[in-house]
Design a protein around this ligand. Structure first.
Ligand SMILES: C[S@@+](CC[C@H](N)C(=O)[O-])C[C@H]1O[C@@H](n2cnc3c(N)ncnc32)[C@H](O)[C@@H]1O
Length: 276
């Protein structure tokens, strides 16, 4: 039986956000994606660990009913989250990945699995076609580490804007035995060096640098403060607070919030899945 390997079409060959954004916009890549990511026992095990981490985060996040899975890719986690009972919308920049996700969902439904995905919407994470506070939670898996710091800030702002309560992000770091091993072999010229990983220190530095930039911007613009406000409050808050405080600032959901919650179905721009 064929096993996933280094020559699979959906295995990225380069680092860099521009490359990654275009890479998945190919039907060959979309077709191969699940085989490469999920078909060997080792990869399935890795995936189960990731799924367990997502479930753990969701257990800690209170009041989550509606979720945006972005990027949803071929919809592996979209389907799994729907089966857990969440009202879910999948989104991705790649039509090819969305098409694959929709056809997998059709197969699942034909196999008798209950349908709970509300739809798919094609969108760029940097400019989401969604209203403020339209969902309870954004889940973003296997993505942020591919994105350059400037676009990353733009996306995090968008996630913060559209989510009423939570944003769950996974981020690949450099503290794994596998990474150390492949990195060492790569440096010795044996095999390809692994694609980039970050340390906690680097991430904290990125936050600190952005904060410094914002302080400079505020200082420069304060001369104009008498006449105009150039920075909206939400821009300031998300950058001026410590990361740990951002979570705490999300308010607890009241029964009134629940009653007024818009629900994923009302999100504009949803592409219904084929049989809706
Ligand atoms: C490695 S896949 C992850 C998919 C899925 N979360 C998973 O874990 O299987 C990365 C996905 O990001 C999507 N993507 C890249 N840039 C994007 C952007 N700016 N906005 C939305 N999706 C993007 C790609 O099309 C691709 O489907």
């Amino acid at each position: 039986m064929k096993r996933p390997g280094k020559s699979d079409p959906s295995r990225p060959r380069e680092d860099g956000y521009d490359y990654k954004r275009e890479f998945y916009r190919s039907s060959t890549v979309a077709e191969d994606y699940d085989f490469h990511r999920f078909s060997s026992p080792e990869r399935q095990k890795r995936n189960r660990r990731k799924w367990a981490a997502i479930c753990k985060a969701l257990r800690e996040a209170t009041g989550v009913r509606t979720i945006l899975d972005l990027p949803c890719g071929t919809g592996r986690f979209t389907g799994a989250l729907a089966r857990e009972g969440f009202e879910i919308v999948g989104s991705d920049i790649s039509h090819e990945m969305l098409h694959k996700a929709a056809s997998l969902e059709k197969e699942n439904k034909a196999a008798g699995q209950p349908k709970a995905i509300r739809g798919y919407v094609q969108a760029n994470a940097e400019h989401l076609p969604l209203r403020n506070d339209s969902l309870d939670c954004v889940v973003s898996i296997r993505f942020m580490m591919h994105v350059d710091p400037i676009s990353r800030v733009r996306m995090l702002r968008e996630f913060h804007r559209v989510s009423r309560r939570w944003v769950i992000i996974d981020y690949r770091h450099c503290y794994s035995f596998r990474y150390v091993l492949t990195h060492t072999f790569g440096r010795l010229g044996i095999g390809r060096p692994p694609l980039s990983r970050v340390s906690r220190k680097e991430l904290d530095k990125e936050f600190a640098d952005n904060l410094k930039k914002l302080e400079t911007k505020v200082a420069d613009e304060s001369a104009l403060a008498k006449w105009t406000y150039l920075l909206p409050n939400w821009t300031m808050e998300s950058l001026l607070k410590k990361r740990s405080e951002l979570l705490e600032s999300k308010k607890e959901e009241t029964s009134e919030d629940k009653a007024n919650s818009p629900g994923a179905l009302e999100i504009p721009g949803i592409v219904p899945t084929p049989d809706q």
